[in-house]
Design a protein around this ligand. Sequence first.
Ligand code: ZN
Ligand code: ZN
Length: 565
Amino acid sequence: MVVRPADSASNQPLLEVVPLGGLGEFGLNAMAVSYADTLIAIDAGSMFPEPELLGIDLIVPDFSYLRQREARTRALVLTHGHEDHIGAVPYVVKQFAGPIYGTPMTLALVEAKLADHGIDVADRLVPVHPRDRITVGDITLEFLRVTHSMPDCMAVALHTPVGVVIHTGDFKIDQTPLDGEQFDFHRFAQLGAEGVLALFSDSTNIERPGFTGSEITVVPAFEEIFSSTRGKLVVTSFATSVYRLQILVNLAAQFGRKIAFVGRGMVDSSQLAQRLGYLSIPAGLAIRESEIKSHPAGSVVCLVTGSQGEPMSALSRIAINDHRHVSLTPDDVVVFSSREIPGNERSIDRVVNHIARRGAEIINEGIKHVHVSGHGSEEELKLLLSLVRPRCFIPIHGTFRQRSRHARVGERLTRDLPNRVEIIVAENGDVLHFDKDGGRMADKVPAGRVLIDGTAVTGLGDEVLRDRRHLAEDGLVVPVLAINKQTGALEGVPELITRGFAIEQGAESPLREASRLIAELIESASVEERTDYGMMRDKISVELRRFFRKRLGQRPLVLPVIMEI
Ligand SMILES: [Zn+2]
Ligand SMILES: [Zn+2]
């Protein structure tokens, strides 16, 4: 039984806020806000693993805090549809029974994600709109429109018995949003005038001076690129950056190019956005991947997935000349209309080098203004703080360095105000208690990361337990192979080391088959692919998992080790 926090003198319940993720890393955004018997979870994000985390597909927050309060967890509110806010929804839906609130765009993305996991909770997905108010137990939720790099994003104001708490979600202040849906300055200011107890605000871009700029500021650079490119134009960005997709659709129409969405993420996202009315494509402008080659290169623009150098993405395939429908020539231009997410630099660099080998020109945000961030810079963050003027200010989203800078900026901005603003730099798992007069750090609960691989859908528990459970049930297979660095040829016979994995040995052992399978895989790959360590590792791991599942009905952890000699 988890004790409810209460004021020792008056015995009044206290408001408890616990960041469960997103403070200290890029991704995993999740927070719990509770008063008496009402607990509201805000966002459930994931992040992609660093390359060192062999065999891991996804990282999600540790939700044990929610699990221990299952009966009290009344709703999940999703601020917007980015992976770092909805990616862990499949892992949290079973932790409580209540509704999941989000805008139509957010919920459509969640629904697709849940379908991928074979989870159907359609009756719990409740669409809401900015300015809607919904009462859940002791808390009334109010949604406010914010602008970001995708449509339909919200902040949430929680009206609680001890005061109003605002969670900004991700935002920037785009004063000329492509869809005309303005940032709700009025309501933020109104709430500020009425009195806000606590503001939890996005810190991602606090280290950038000035204003971030509107989504439409990328148009001039793209106009230049469209008019100067003789061959194909290949643009990669996040599939959910619907504003960016709309800008490129508009330019394609203006410059007489057909547009093709390449890669599952792009195809799905563009269809979803079209269906919901967030993306409009003139009739006859879009062509299928398979039609690209039947059009002159100079009259096509391809929007492709893979901006972070993901090894199995469309762009990675195109880069090594292994895509069925798109190949690059020296007349073509490849534009990275995206930022490098920290940790992905090496993978992106690898892809860029492959593209350069094809002779195509590469343009990224360092060369031309082809990307604009979705997060507000220092001046926007200050503006919001001034509008809301909360009693307590807690920077969220970002590393400690960014959050402490946001705290410092906030302190400078507010120190001369008549009512002092209390600034709290919290970490994941810090328990914050609030009464009418302010907040304080009260306790610490377990919070952290849970590593998931493709086979462990319910992979909750801490990371060591998860690995142990997996190893205990299914064992471990480590294929060890050596590849010639120059030719990419296999040196010797791949060896498979197994642990805790029941398998017969000898001449006809399935391990021999697996070893042959690896040799065939490498033979059938192109030289570029073979010398691409990350891509081969993924490929071997996927194929061997499939092999062991089909052949033996087992799901061992597969961790390929490739030596370059
Ligand atoms: Zn976002
Ligand atoms: Zn985010």
